[in-house]
Design a protein around this ligand. Structure first.
Ligand SMILES: O=P(O)(O)OC[C@@H](O)[C@@H](O)c1c[nH]c2ccccc12
Length: 266
């Protein structure tokens, strides 16, 4: 399968080009200066999740996503700041903002705007494969980054993880199968994201989470990602003691995303 150009492969190939384009416009040194000048302390992403879990509540990472390669445009009336306020009101623990431009119609500006608007911790949702993007994430105000095991060699994964932590950010390490999970567990991570969507084929199955649960040590927080649509989906997860959720589409399709969040989770 890795020989055919899957969507993930195409995205990552384009991402390497994009990074070169961005480096030509703004050097990594300038990004470092921006981080210094911003003098911004990252908000505790993991801490916000732990705090919800400590109250026996579900911890929801609510996603702000206009479009995706599998679904096309998900939300026409797209106002990230308004959505962020709605999510906050609906009880989200954290926010996830897509910054990938070419495949998700995301933007760094959305993340910057959202973070100014609400006090919740924000994860930069993108395909991070290079140091440049980790500095960039902190420069635009990200509190956490996503690292997808499927698009990184283990050494690079470990290197990017350490760099993010040095910059004060939290990391959500995302896996989709047992081999990726083992790679992730080599790192001193607290959060393990299990993506129920296969990024090569787009197939979604909540069994991905259930199948991998058994081999995850108790000190990790499992975040189930993608394909969470119904109260039954949530009850099934919570029945397996999975209490942290990353949810996008089903909230993005609602007129009032935060209200929908509250209905689904409370
Ligand atoms: O919209 P959904 O099915 O609720 O999924 C949200 C989130 O899990 C999904 O956007 C996602 C998970 N991992 C990713 C990696 C890259 C881009 C997107 C993603």
């Amino acid at each position: 399968m890795m020989n055919t150009p899957t969507i993930l492969k195409k995205i990552v190939e384009r991402k390497f080009q994009e990074i070169e384009e961005r480096k030509a416009l703004l050097s990594i040194e300038v990004l470092k200066d921006q981080i210094q000048a911003n003098n911004d302390t990252p908000r505790g992403f993991i801490q916000a999740i732990e705090s919800k879990l400590g109250q026996n509540s579900a911890a929801v990472i609510a996603e702000i996503k206009k479009a995706s390669p599998s679904k096309g445009v998900i939300r026409e009336n797209f106002n990230p700041q308004e959505i962020a306020l709605s999510y906050k009101k609906g009880g989200a623990a954290c926010l996830s903002v897509l910054t990938d431009v070419d495949y998700f119609q995301g933007s760094d500006a959305y993340l910057q705007d959202v973070r100014k608007t609400v006090d919740l911790p924000v994860i930069r949702k993108d395909f991070i494969v290079d140091d440049y993007q980790v500095f960039e994430a902190r420069a635009i105000g990200a509190d956490c980054i996503l690292l997808i095991v499927a698009c990184l060699e283990p050494e690079r994964l470990s290197h990017l993880y350490n760099l993010a932590v040095e910059l004060g950010m939290d990391v959500l390490v995302e896996v989709h199968d047992a081999a990726e999970l083992q790679t992730a567990l080599e790192l001193p991570i607290r959060l393990v994201g299990i993506n129920n969507r296969n990024l090569h084929t787009f197939e979604v199955s909540l069994d991905t989470t259930f199948d991998l649960l058994g081999t995850i040590p108790d000190d990790k927080i499992v975040v189930t990602e993608s394909g969470i649509h119904t109260i039954d989906d949530i009850a099934a997860m919570r029945g397996h003691n999975v209490n942290a959720f990353l949810v996008g589409e089903s909230l993005m399709r609602a007129d009032d995303p935060g209200e929908r969040l509250a209905e689904m989770f409370l």
